[in-house]
Design a protein. Structure first.
Length: 79
């Protein structure tokens, strides 16, 4: 299923598995600020550099109490 969202659309409720074996529920998005970025595949040079860029800004995100979440289409299982 593909859902196209436009600016100012409300997101549907969802939950996704996280790499630490917990679930992320979209209701969490109402509780604090999140920066969500999407990348196509784990362990590739471009995606690794993108993650490093976000990591280098962690202190800035901490100042505004924002959490960063990276999302890919990869399996949640470690290979």
């Amino acid at each position: 299923m593909t859902l196209e969202l436009k600016i100012n659309d409300n997101i549907p409720n969802f939950s996704l598995p996280l790499s630490d074996d917990t679930l992320f529920n979209s209701e969490e998005l109402k509780k604090k600020l999140y920066i969500i970025y999407f990348y196509p595949k784990d362990n590739t040079p471009g995606c690794t550099n993108e993650a490093k860029d976000f990591s280098s800004l962690k202190k800035n995100f901490d100042k505004i109490d924002a959490e960063v979440i990276g999302v890919s289409k990869d399996s949640i299982k470690k290979t």
